[in-house]
Design a protein around this ligand. Structure first.
Ligand SMILES: Cc1ncc(COP(=O)(O)O)c(C=O)c1O
Length: 438
């Protein structure tokens, strides 16, 4: 189908909330490894990995083979969990083996939003409290309770139902809401969680939800001590700590399959999706037994969640990540790309901050480094220039001025260098246009 036709039909028949990247919207038709192709056959390096969804690489041969075999053998693709199946069972065992100690129950969903909905409900059920604490600048999904916990005005609708939530200030070192710098800071952001609980709740909470790296917020990367301090506060006020690993999970951090384990966060519940299924529609909520046990005697069901087709792909994704040492590769390529970004920051003053962990890397574009004014239009321009040169990158941040890089964990050294080269060429082009001022 022609791009123009798709554009027309989307405008006419999709909800007006549908959005797309790039002045000339891109249609993708083919993919392999870290590469994708448009309908005209042009090749791109996918340095955003879908939206942080492609972990083991597009169309990995092991998954392709298994999907073909499943169909050829007439193996059942869908059966809800009222019938037994090996795939969700094997996946649960494999996933829980990667979980921090004490987390030993799993439930599979179709998305990250659903995984978080369950996390909120389970915390409320277990504590008998209703209030969820979230962070400004966070994103946890597009369903009712997840949106109520969203820290971005652009994603929230007026029609959204009110649920019992409260927001703490963001642990955003580059734009610290307390006016501190990492050198002068006494973790005021962590202390603010306690102040928020004391001043906006009954003094008892159901849970606090935190992303180890704040994805949609623009890969905001809190210091490790933040998580340890916050988990203590949350537990002191009777709440459960929910670690939203929808973007950070599946080995992206470069050390463990889950970043919660890598950062030694004392979490009670972890939600995942995106890279967990390497593009298959699967999410998971894993939790401690006492929380799961509080739901005893009730039915909780998800028709498609945990069906063989999705769980098979997630299990094979986990195997591939292990067999091909992709976590190690995420660490090596992550540090190569981060070093390259820091060099670009020395060269171009439009880059105000470089941050992230492993292969979740972001850099913030600012009009000038003193005012830190958001360079939103320039961010779009950089994305378009990279696209013209065959590299796809993502963006995030409250004002859309943060470039997000999250390529497949299988990205090669050659591809990583190519990404940096194209970013350099594009930033140089922009600096020439604005007479060298960026
Ligand atoms: C941290 C985080 N949590 C939850 C979600 C929601 O996941 P989904 O879009 O699969 O419902 C997202 C989606 O971007 C996310 O980034």
């Amino acid at each position: 189908m022609k791009n123009e036709t798709i554009h027309e039909i989307r405008k006419k028949n999709f909800l007006p909330t549908a959005y797309h990247y790039h002045k000339e919207p891109l249609q993708l038709v083919k993919a392999s490894g870290s590469k994708v192709w448009d309908e005209k056959g042009k090749e791109y390096l996918d340095a955003f990995g879908g939206i942080v969804c492609i972990s083991a690489g597009h169309n990995h041969p092991k998954i392709k083979h298994a999907i073909k075999k499943m169909v050829d053998d007439d193996e059942i693709q869908h059966t809800s969990q009222i019938y037994f199946s090996r795939w969700p069972t094997e996946l649960a065992e494999k996933l829980l083996a990667e979980a921090p100690e004490g987390i030993d129950r799993a439930f599979f969903t179709n998305s990250g939003s659903e995984a978080n909905e369950l996390a909120f409900m389970a915390s409320r059920q277990a504590t008998g409290e209703t209030t969820i604490v979230n962070l400004r600048h966070s994103y946890h999904g597009g369903t009712a309770t997840t949106l109520a916990n969203c820290g971005h005005h652009s994603w929230r609708l007026r029609a959204q139902p009110v649920t019992a939530v409260t927001s703490a200030l963001e642990p955003y070192c580059y734009r610290c809401p307390f006016g501190k710098t990492p050198n002068s800071c006494a973790l005021e952001c962590a202390n603010n969680v306690e102040t928020t609980i004391q001043t906006t709740t009954s003094g008892k909470i159901a849970a606090m939800v935190v992303e180890p790296v704040m994805g949609v917020g623009g890969f905001i990367t809190p210091p490790i001590e933040y998580f340890h301090a916050v988990a203590k506060i949350v537990h002191n006020y009777g709440g459960k700590y929910i670690s939203d690993e929808v973007q950070t999970g599946a080995g992206r951090g470069g050390q463990n399959f889950l970043m919660t384990k890598e950062l030694k966060i004392d979490a009670d519940i972890i939600s995942m999706a995106k890279g967990f299924g390497n593009g298959a529609a699967i999410g998971a909520t894993i939790m401690k037994s006492d929380i799961a046990d509080s739901m005893k005697g009730k039915y909780f069901f998800n028709t498609f969640g945990g069906d063989p087709y999705q769980t098979m792909q997630a299990k094979l994704t986990m195997e591939i990540i292990e067999e091909e040492k992709m976590i190690e590769n995420a660490k090596a390529m992550g540090s190569l790309i981060k070093d390259g970004l820091l060099q670009l920051m020395n060269k171009y003053s439009i880059i105000g901050d470089v941050r992230g962990r492993g292969l979740l890397l972001g850099f913030e574009l600012v009009k000038d480094r003193n005012s830190k004014a958001y360079a939103t239009e320039e961010t779009l321009e950089l994305m378009d220039l990279c696209k013209e040169k065959g590299v796809l990158i993502g963006r995030g941040g409250l004002y859309g001025n943060v470039i997000r890089l999250s390529p497949p964990l299988s990205i090669t050294q050659e591809e990583a260098h190519h990404l940096l080269k194209i970013l350099d060429e594009s930033l140089f082009q922009m600096s020439k246009k604005s007479s060298g001022s960026i």
